[in-house]
Write a protein that binds this ligand. Structure first.
Ligand code: HEM
Length: 499
């Protein structure tokens, strides 16, 4: 015991010395770097980040500029905070900045980052991305899951209708979060797993742990020398989670292989196992890769779209005139005799504006996913060294006063007759990113957000529970893999349709 404590202190002292020497070396190399706050020895600027790093970085960028240099422990980082700057990193020099840093969760759970989300830029990632886009996330595939989405949203509406007739308050956050999980599981595995066992815990609990561990700041990311000591116990937890996920995915894959019934709609496991069995894949693609993609799809799809719906509902509750305007549009275009169908969505212009405005103010991934430069590059005369972490702050871009008049206000009408779109072409609004790494689930995500939001606003009026006034709604955020509202939304639904 004594020996190991001595060894720990000796390692920490050695690591601190190493980082201190490196600091001196980096200070010399600082010339040519973008401006930024002066960091402290060893930790750099880590102390400047609090619970909501996107907000802290946005404040710092106001002082230091839209291309800002900071060092987080050992890692040099470039923070990008304006549309013009984002265009340079995601379009002009997109290829240089399309890498991803080491990511411990993906390293263990996705077989050394063989997933799409954290796959290193290169032929493997390109092939994997093509496969996911063509086979799993194509328009044709998304449409094939339409009856499932309709059914699941219908079940939610039914339970809300019951609550409405009882005059009961509901936890809308919890309800739409389980809607998101159910829709994801049905699409990916062909079955709902929320209440099922997953080792000795429930599926929901394991996923929560994965999301929690995945979003805990990891000392090893910033001080690789300390990473091996696993001071936070994260490596141990990642390894344990990897085993749980691998066993679970193996069981699901085996069940799929044993199942002989003809399915009307093939889920993601069916599609990927067919590719393996047909031997038609143009690259190394086996069970490990299937499991890596399953993990990706689960994490990327479960919370994102429904969290975006929750933010939009919150803003509509705080802005009753916008809520009424959207309900009026739905009454005119759909009527009160039937529910909204996905085919209605294209004609709903105000809905489109509400979604854009809500995603501008509340992007669910405010710092996107980290990019990494794969070689040295010069941007605006600034030297960006290889292996710098590139953080695009879309939260700051969405609230940039040079681009958005009255940036903090929720005004969907600002998109009327505007050509600003959110599909990655216009750098003023990039909730899904842009360029080579743009979200491949954009079309699916957007469809789900519009459909669920339209349905909830069309079928119900909403009153806040516990006598809370709309203006008193606490909009504090809980930063994580998905940026959600810190508190759950409790509301009383009032049914609006005639049937
Ligand atoms: C409202 C919903 C969603 C939003 C706002 C969103 C946003 C994003 C953002 C900002 C990124 C990072 C882009 C970058 O690093 O440059 C991303 C990446 C990704 N998203 Fe989404 N996403 C959503 C839904 C989905 C869905 C439904 C799926 C799949 C079923 C998905 C799958 C992915 C994957 C696989 C990546 C990594 C792509 C790569 O690195 O090549 N997303 N998403």
């Amino acid at each position: 015991m004594m020996m190991s404590i001595h060894w720990l202190w000796a390692s920490l002292a050695l690591a601190a010395l190493g980082y201190f020497l490196q600091d001196l070396f980096l200070m010399k190399k600082r010339r040519g770097l973008p401006p930024g706050p002066k960091g402290l020895p060893v930790i750099g600027s880590l102390h400047l980040l609090g619970k909501n790093p996107h907000q802290d970085l946005a404040k710092l960028a106001k002082k230091h500029g839209p291309i800002m240099y900071m060092r987080f422990g050992y890692v040099p980082a470039i923070i990008v905070s304006s549309p013009e700057a984002a265009e340079k990193f995601l379009k002009t020099y997109d290829q240089v900045f399309a890498g991803r840093p080491y990511h411990e969760a993906s390293w263990y759970i996705a077989y050394e980052q063989r997933n799409l989300t954290f796959g290193q830029y290169g032929p493997y990632w390109r092939n994997m991305r093509k496969l996911c886009i063509l086979q799993l996330l194509s328009s044709h595939k998304i449409n094939s899951f339409w009856p499932m989405r309709r059914q699941e949203v219908g079940t939610l509406v039914k339970s809300l209708k019951q609550a409405a007739s009882d005059g009961a308050a509901v936890d809308l956050s919890a309800l739409i979060s389980s809607l998101g999980a159910n829709m994801s599981c049905l699409m990916i595995f062909g079955q709902k797993y929320m209440d099922k066992d997953f080792d000795n815990r429930g599926f929901g609990e394991v996923i929560q742990e994965a999301l929690h561990v995945g979003s805990t700041p990891n000392i090893g990311d910033y001080f690789p020398l300390l990473g091996v000591l696993d001071l936070q116990g994260l490596t141990r937890r990642f390894k344990a989670l990897a085993k749980v996920f691998h066993d679970f995915f193996d069981k699901i894959i085996d069940d799929h292989l044993e199942c002989k019934e003809q399915k009307q709609t093939k889920d993601f496991v069916d599609i990927m196992m067919e590719i393996i069995q047909s031997g038609t894949s143009a690259f190394e693609f086996d069970r490990r890769h299937v499991k890596a993609v399953l993990f990706d799809m689960l994490v990327a799809s479960m919370g994102t779209s429904v969290t975006a719906v929750e933010w939009a509902i919150l803003e509509l509750l705080r802005h009753p005139a916008a809520m009424r305007k959207l309900q009026k549009e739905l009454e005119e275009k759909v009527g009160l005799e039937r529910i909204v169908e996905e085919s209605d969505l294209e004609g709903l212009e105000y809905l489109d504006m509400v979604v854009k405005e809500s995603m501008r103010l509340h992007p669910v991934g405010p710092l996107m996913l980290p990019h990494e430069s794969i070689q040295d590059c010069t941007v605006d005369d600034f030297h960006i060294q290889k292996k710098s972490r590139i953080i695009i702050n879309i939260y700051a871009i969405g609230r940039d006063p040079n681009v958005w008049p009255d940036p903090e206000a929720f005004i969907p009408e600002r998109f009327k007759d505007s050509d600003i779109d959110l599909r990655g072409q216009d750098f003023r609004l990039i909730p899904f990113g842009s360029g080579r790494r743009i979200c491949p689930g954009l079309q699916l995500g957007l469809t789900v957000v519009r459909f669920v939001l339209a349905q909830l606003v069309h079928c119900f009026s909403w009153e806040l529970a516990d006598n809370i006034q709309p203006t008193d709604l606490d909009m504090s955020e809980a930063f994580g893999l998905v940026n959600s509202r810190a508190k759950h939304l409790k509301v009383v639904p009032i049914y609006r349709l005639h049937k």
